[in-house]
Design a protein around this ligand. Structure first.
Ligand code: NAP
Ligand code: G4F
Length: 361
């Protein structure tokens, strides 16, 4: 078993929680950063907080405060835990919101990694650094995308991640640091944030089935994404950091589906037709879109021996089951409830500002 210490920034996020579980299972001492404002919202890691006694100085799992916009907190975190590996997962991770909060997105996502890298460089320690880079950097570059595909970011988020990608490379090339990028395509789970499209849909279905919601408002349904399971992807990033030399890797399923497909494939699990429940609203459309993402992860397969275990269909099922379970339902009981919601014809009266998808062009 390893005796390494890992520092995970953004540990209370989707990926941070799965990575913490993985590293603890490998015998790591795990330290994770949360922001002051996140502290009461640690649902994704509460099971780990309960399992370990934080008062014990040797406790393998502890949270600490740090904010990537506050360099002194970044330095404190690194000095205090002296990590062998830093996994920088913290970010303003919502692409749509980055069009509204562009400045803070750049501050957190681009300057934040710089602050960590600069601190690590100054310590002179042999710490390995992982940067959570994103397929959003490919932007308008047509699929399939791999490590040689040009970056054409379409959003402030994409630009922030592209900057961080190059800052990571620069620290590797200029200072010989072990600094690597995982270019991860979309990965989802029952722990996905509520305002990302997959979770919005599966949670929406659960609320529709229980009668708490009648309709689900979404934006562009034509975009295509290469969706994998977050748990599988954490194994990939651990392998990137264990590789004998620092490098950049695309991590993807090599399978792509549109939002429309995801709607069809999840609503049909409870025998409903998504066209009866989904509205298209302009406020959920973005000023610029990434039309199609499909990763070519052959380098990771070849060099890291990594491939995803969970299929797209299993992911749809896993996410919907979890959201139904939170409402005390199983897939079977949801199907029974859903029977009453089936529409013989689409004759509903819609509010003036929304267009039923079946009628939208
Ligand atoms: P997430 O659930 O949004 O988690 C991000 C975490 O970062 C949150 O816990 C958040 O804390 C924290 N954070 C935000 N601003 C911060 C700041 N100023 N200082 C310190 N922490 C801050 O995102 P995720 O899906 O787990 O993604 C993890 C990383 O991978 C992100 O960098 C994301 O951009 C990147 N990525 C994700 C995907 C994907 O499909 N999931 C794909 C490619 C790359 P709060 O709870 O306080 O907001
Ligand atoms: O679920 P999304 O918000 O994910 P997006 O924009 O692809 O970003 C995610 O994946 C990136 C990797 O490529 C990460 F770097 C990033 O941190 C994040 O995890 O949107 C997916 C698609 C988009 O085309 C969006 O326009 O769904 C479309 N969409 C349609 N209606 C919607 C909605 N997206 C959201 N969030 N909400 C909607 O109502």
């Amino acid at each position: 078993m390893s005796k390494k210490t890992a520092l995970i920034t953004g540990i209370a996020g989707q990926d941070g929680s799965y990575l913490a579980e993985l590293l603890l299972s490998k015998g790591y001492t795990v330290r994770g950063t949360v922001r002051r404002a996140s502290y009461p919202h640690t649902e994704r890691v509460d099971h780990l907080l309960k399992a370990y006694d934080e008062r014990d100085p040797q406790c393998p799992f502890k949270l600490m405060y740090a904010d990537l916009t506050d360099v002194s907190s970044v330095r404190n975190a690194i000095e205090e835990c002296q990590p062998d590996e830093v996994y920088n997962l913290a970010a303003q991770s919502h692409v749509g919101i980055s069009f509204i909060t562009g400045e803070s997105t750049l501050e957190i996502n681009a300057l934040g990694p710089y602050r960590i890298l600069d601190t690590l460089r100054r310590t002179g320690a042999k710490t390995r650094y992982y940067q959570a880079s994103s397929s959003e950097m490919f932007g308008a570059s047509p699929p399939p995308q791999n490590e040689s595909t040009p970056f054409l970011p379409q959003s402030p988020y994409g630009v922030s991640k592209t900057t961080a990608f190059y800052l990571t490379r620069v620290h590797r090339v200029a200072y010989g640091m072990f600094a690597c990028n995982g270019i991860l395509f979309n990965h989802e789970s029952p722990r996905r944030g509520l305002n990302f499209v997959t979770r919005k849909i599966t949670r929406g279905i659960a609320s529709i089935v229980t009668g708490e919601m009648q309709t689900l408002a979404l934006g562009n349904l034509d975009a295509k994404r290469d969706w994998g399971f977050a748990g599988d992807y954490m194994e990939a990033i651990w392998r990137i950091v264990q590789h004998h030399e620092p490098d950049d890797f695309v991590i993807a399923t090599e399978d792509t589906h549109s939002i429309r497909d995801f709607l069809k494939d999840t609503f049909s699990l409870v025998d409903l037709d998504w066209n009866d429940f989904v509205m298209c609203e302009d406020r959920y459309k973005r000023p610029a879109e990434v039309p199609a993402l499909l990763g070519d992860a052959s380098k990771a397969r070849r060099i890291l021996g990594w491939k995803p275990k969970t299929t797209y269909r299993e992911l749809c099922q896993m996410m919907l089951e979890s959201d139904l379970r939170a409402k005390g339902l199983t897939m079977e009981s949801a199907r029974v409830l859903a029977q009453k919601l089936r529409k013989p014809s689409r004759t509903r009266a819609y509010p003036a500002n929304v267009v039923p998808m079946a009628k939208a062009s």
